[in-house]
Design a protein around this ligand. Structure first.
Ligand code: DX5
Ligand code: ZN
Length: 224
């Protein structure tokens, strides 16, 4: 099944609770929350207190993407605040193995993200410790950027690694996903899509999420 996780980075921050309810009613499968530290990425967003408030409103899993370095000491705070999925960056700790173990031990799903400039090779010895693998298709920091086509090749390689090892890892892609390119990303092997500006720029969230799911399912069916 194709899943859509709207990124609230492009939502109206004065009405976050309402925005979450609206996208959930419109068919969102998770709520993507981008945590930025102004150091690992050139932008600042929100932290655990806001996530704890969002967790009271959300009925779908909070898919928390932390862009913090070094991330290690912050992991417990985000899980306690309500992250159902906690995705850390491979570039943001020297101890990815330990960090992924910690996320699982604390009861969240462990996500691992790699930036556009990071080779897929770094996940080789970590894939079995992850529940979700996130291929960044933009350089993280901002919503509304264009999809970097090279990500498609990385998605193909990771899809092959997951399937060859018989793992149940969700393959997520984040950055520049729109109704008109989700087909290709799904065909390459992704099944979980983050979409910020594509969803929140539209007046009708239901319409755009339904269109993305339809095009994504078609791409998945076209996989070789
Ligand atoms: C980028 C964030 C994304 C962002 C995606 O740093 O990780 O989640 O919100 O926004 P769009 O879908 O507009 O590229
Ligand atoms: Zn994100």
């Amino acid at each position: 099944m194709i899943k859509i996780s709207p990124s609230i980075l492009s939502a109206d921050f004065a009405r976050l609770g309402e925005e979450i309810r609206a996208v959930e009613q419109a068919g969102a499968d998770a709520i993507h929350v981008d945590v930025m530290d102004g150091h690992f990425v050139p932008n600042l967003t929100l932290g655990p207190p806001v996530i704890a408030s969002l967790a009271k409103v959300a009925t779908k899993p909070l898919d928390v993407h932390v862009m913090i370095a070094p991330v290690d000491s912050y992991i417990p705070d985000y899980i306690k605040a309500g992250a159902a999925i906690l995705t850390i960056h491979a570039e943001a700790t020297h101890h990815t193995d330990r960090a992924l173990h910690l996320i699982r031990e604390m009861g969240a799903k462990a996500g691992l993200a790699i930036n556009p400039g990071t080779p897929v090779l770094v996940i080789e010895d970590l894939l079995h410790l992850t529940d979700l693998l996130l291929i960044m298709s933009v350089n993280p920091g901002f919503g509304g950027q264009s999809f970097i086509p090279r990500a498609l090749e990385k998605i193909r390689v990771v899809r092959q690694m997951i399937d060859a090892r018989g793992l149940q890892v969700e393959l997520q892609v984040d950055g520049g996903i729109k109704p008109d390119n989700i087909f290709e990303a799904a065909r390459a092997g992704a099944d979980f899509f983050v979409a910020g500006s594509a969803v929140f720029s539209q007046p009708d969230y239901h319409k755009v999420i339904a269109e993305m799911k339809k095009n994504g399912e078609a791409g998945r069916a076209a996989r070789k």
